[in-house]
Design a protein around this ligand. Structure first.
Ligand code: GLN
Length: 470
């Protein structure tokens, strides 16, 4: 079997036709991981033995004629999603030895289908970052050019799929962490409608922004994985009671004014060419005025750290993971957090605590929330006349390891186009649009489509036109 061409759809067909077994398939991935991951470092831990056991169980399901879409499909899981009995560290020192005591709802659903879990993937610590360089366990390399980052924060998941070390992967997206690595690794990445996929068992970063979603090679594979993990969950109070996605049409809004500056010219060219291809395949392009989009990045970098500072208060050296002894409880807190958190996490906690503090919360946090409503309103207005809004996923292609690591603002600018969807709670997909050449290597560039609430099917439909015409 040629793993580089394999999709979930094709593997499903071959497994059900008994052309090979789920165990053969899992072994092929494990071999490739053994060969390649020494260099790439997509995985923090590979579960070879249990993966083989799960594959054997999947083979029994297939033999009984009980196969489901993901039975025997080998997938990788981001290190911030809980699997009972497994270490889940969020790539942080503070949770280095933390073992999950229950399954995340998405894992329960995948286990019920008989999916195979290959291992947990590297990420920026607690999902803060855009390059996977903020991992406490060292960076992941982009399999397409190992001098470059795979994007982040789900960089390990993206690299695993791009290097054929998993057939698909789960990531989480708070401000672009599925779509931006998908863009940099030539994959499809879906940020799902807020509330469509349960967050139960996902370590929270920004609770009003976080969603779990798929990283896959094709749109159809993304749809399959999304259908498997979506649905109401009483354990998540923000989970939608009923989720129904229907494709509407192919009118695509382009917020031209927002795209005038800050984009690499080659990336802009790929974006414009992709729009042209869509127009040729039957889409209507409409200019949309979304005047508040330029505020999305500053709003995100107030709302997100605010939520981070409260969510991460739970890592106190007593309830979870690392505990550094001290003479007083206060000393345990400070010593544990100083030893356990990396620089970016500490920066966000400081910013978040500041913007929430009395005397400043009106000027920063409340103001940011008001502007967030204006951004939501921009989308609502746009979706009165279009079915999706298009923009690049990221302003540039994959950058060099180390290039932005010491410049937080340069790193934050990577998220300028992706944070908009999280602030509005709407779904967004990154689909490979084309490539740009850097140092003689062709690097993939993602095309982003943002849909209305529950508009996933529209994104899949328009996305398939991009896929077909590439
Ligand atoms: N890069 C963004 C950040 O650092 C988004 C991260 C994410 O989506 N988890 O906050």
């Amino acid at each position: 079997m040629d793993l580089s061409k394999l999709t979930i759809v094709e593997a499903r067909r071959a497994l059900d036709a008994k052309e090979y077994s789920a165990l053969d398939l899992t072994n092929a991935y494990l071999e490739n991981i053994a060969e390649r991951d020494g260099e790439i470092h997509a995985y923090l831990e590979v579960w070879a033995d249990s993966a083989r056991e799960e594959a054997k169980k999947a083979d029994e399901m297939i033999a009984r004629g009980e196969s489901k879409p993901l039975t025997g499909i080998p997938i990788a899981v981001k290190d911030n999603i809980l699997i009972k009995g497994r270490i889940a560290s969020s790539s942080s020192k503070i949770l280095e030895n933390y073992r999950a005591s229950y399954d995340a709802t998405v894992i329960t659903k995948l286990k019920a289908q008989g999916a195979v879990f290959l291992g947990r993937t590297n990420m920026d610590e607690f999902a803060m970052g855009s390059s996977t360089e903020n991992s406490a366990y060292g960076p992941t390399k982009n399999p397409l050019d190992t001098s470059r980052v795979p994007g982040g924060s789900s960089g390990g998941s993206a690299a695993a799929v791009a290097a054929n070390m998993a057939l698909a992967a789960l990531g989480s997206d708070t401000g672009g962490s599925i779509r931006q690595p998908a863009s940099h690794c030539g994959l499809v990445g879906l940020k799902t409608t807020y509330g469509s996929v349960s967050r139960f068992g996902l370590m929270p970063m920004g609770s009003s922004l976080d969603q779990i979603g798929p990283l896959t090679k094709t749109i159809e594979d993304a749809r399959i994985l999304f259908s498997a993990i979506a649905g109401h969950d009483p354990n998540d109070s923000t989970s939608l009671k009923a989720f129904e996605s229907k494709a509407t049409g192919k009118r695509i809004g382009v917020p031209r004014a927002f795209l005038e500056k800050g984009i690499d010219p080659d990336v802009k060219k790929v974006f414009d060419e992709t729009l042209e291809r869509l127009a040729k395949s039957g889409a209507t392009l409409v200019d949309v005025d979304m005047p508040n989009l330029p505020y999305a990045l500053p709003v995100y970098y107030i709302v997100c750290p605010a939520e981070v500072s409260t969510n991460l208060a739970r890592y106190d050296g007593i309830r979870y993971g690392l505990s550094v002894p001290g003479a007083t409880v206060q000393e345990v807190y400070t010593k544990t957090r100083a030893a356990g958190f990396g620089p970016e996490v500490r920066r966000r906690i400081l910013i978040g605590t500041f913007v929430l503090s009395s005397g400043y919360s009106d000027a920063y946090y409340r103001k940011a929330r008001s502007v967030r409503s204006l951004i939501r309103a921009d989308f609502a207005r746009a979706f009165e006349s279009v079915d999706a809004v298009a923009m690049p996923t990221a302003p540039g292609p994959a950058f060099k390891i180390g290039e932005k690591a010491s410049d937080p603002l340069a790193m934050y600018l990577e998220d300028i186009f992706s944070v908009t969807a999280n602030l509005a709670g709407v779904p967004a997909i990154s689909v490979p649009g084309g490539t740009v050449t850097r140092d003689g290597t062709n690097l993939p560039v993602g095309f982003q489509l943002i849909g209305p609430w529950q508009g996933e099917e529209t994104l899949f439909t328009i996305g398939s036109d991009i896929e077909r015409t590439r």
